[in-house]
Design a protein around this ligand. Structure first.
Ligand SMILES: *Cc1c(COP(=O)(O)O)cnc(C)c1O
Length: 379
């Protein structure tokens, strides 16, 4: 096996993968309608439930061919009964995307927005739930990847259940990294894709959740032909296969990634992401960078640094300098503040972050940005 040039991706997914996961895609051609392939998917689906500690009798996972957004689309359009309403607890770009999905299907919804640098006010969430008995579905995002803020999903889920609503959570940027317990966290459905926490590739997305609720949703309006949770679930249950062509090579890579996940272990993997995250914050602090999210509200995976007030600062120039040397940094996703992000996803460890900051410092020096970086306003 020849080593492939290793890039350190500090963007919020797809993430740096191991060579063994890359090479797992190189397999003999196979028709995914063969029994051999269906057998692989069965084990994969159960593993995806086990990662969030779900009991495989009561919880299942349903696979889709697409990037992570397909999960949000499927969950929302499939789990809303006729005449009912969705509540989106929205403090960032990914919950805003969920509200856009509601709008594009013409689904009745409340987009309950909060500032992007603050956790949602639970009293306000409860007030809205108490005031509107038509809310049948509550949706939020575990970590808003645009900023790195951690949302209190267990508490939001408890509120949703108290008012008789189903709770769906976009866990795309935390699943298989920050430990999740589907039952204790009051989650009915969570979701992710293979290219983030699992450290495999784009093309395979999945929703993990309650069989009973999926079965109940058989009678709900079918708002999409391709993106329907019940139809895909039913097909899997009957045939063990995806309704339409699965992302074959990505599934092979994901199977290898799962082996590596279990070998590293939930606790070991979370510890590694945590030390990478800490190294990123220490590096940013040492250079004087300010961040958007208060330390106590950070999910431990994404750092969102504010552009310094230095006329020499150019994200593009710094990005290009780092990129040419094998490190990818990423712009922020906030409309009101100019930020860039450094993320602790992927098969990386502390030495990668130390090597990155050596290059990043050179990038600042070579573009004439003074260090420690300067801000015009007091903190
Ligand atoms: C990455 C991500 C997604 C999926 O984005 P795609 O570009 O469709 O893969 C969805 N939600 C969150 C929170 C994410 O971080």
């Amino acid at each position: 096996m020849e080593a492939i040039k290793r890039n350190v991706l500090l963007n919020p997914g797809p993430s740096t993968t191991t060579d063994s996961v890359k090479y797992a895609q190189v397999v003999p051609d196979i028709c995914p309608r063969e029994k051999e392939f269906a057998g692989l998917m069965k084990g994969l689906r159960e593993d995806l439930v086990r990662i969030v500690h779900g009991d495989t009798d009561r919880y299942t996972s349903v696979l889709f061919c697409g990037s992570g957004t397909i999960n949000i689309d499927v969950a929302l359009n499939s789990l809303l009964p006729e005449g009912k309403k969705i509540l989106i607890v929205d403090n960032g770009a990914y919950s805003t995307r969920a509200a856009e999905i509601c709008r594009s299907y013409g689904m009745d919804h409340i987009d309950l927005t909060f500032p992007v640098d603050q956790v949602p006010d639970l009293a306000r969430v409860e007030e809205v739930l108490a005031g509107d008995p038509d809310i049948a579905l509550v949706h939020t995002t575990h970590m808003e990847t645009g900023t790195g803020i951690l949302n209190p999903i267990r508490e939001i889920g408890a509120l949703a259940h108290r008012y008789g609503a189903v709770f769906t959570v976009d866990t795309t940027s935390t699943y298989a990294m920050r430990p999740i317990d589907i039952e204790k966290d009051n989650i009915d459905f969570c979701m992710a894709s293979a290219q983030k926490g699992l450290m495999a590739f784009t093309g395979l997305s999945f929703i993990v959740g309650s069989r009973a609720i999926i079965e109940r949703s058989a009678s709900y309006p079918t708002r999409s032909y391709y993106c329907n949770l019940y139809l895909q679930y039913e097909y899997f249950e009957k045939t063990g296969e995806m309704h339409f062509t699965p992302p074959v090579q990505t599934i092979y890579a994901t199977l290898q990634a799962l082996k590596e996940y279990w070998a590293e272990g939930e606790a070991g993997k979370w510890m590694r992401h945590t030390r990478v995250f800490n190294a990123i914050n220490e590096g940013l602090d040492a250079l004087g960078f300010r961040q958007v999210i208060r330390p106590e509200d950070r999910a431990g995976l994404v750092s969102s640094a504010i552009y310094p007030d230095d006329p020499a600062w150019s994200f593009e120039k710094v990005h290009d300098y780092c990129y040419e040397r094998g490190f990818t940094i990423y712009p922020g996703k906030i409309s009101t503040t100019n930020t860039f992000r450094l993320c602790a996803l992927g098969a990386i460890d502390v030495p990668d972050i130390e090597a990155f900051f050596a290059v990043f410092r050179q990038a600042l020096a070579s573009t004439g940005v003074s260090v420690p970086v300067h801000y015009d306003t007091k903190e």
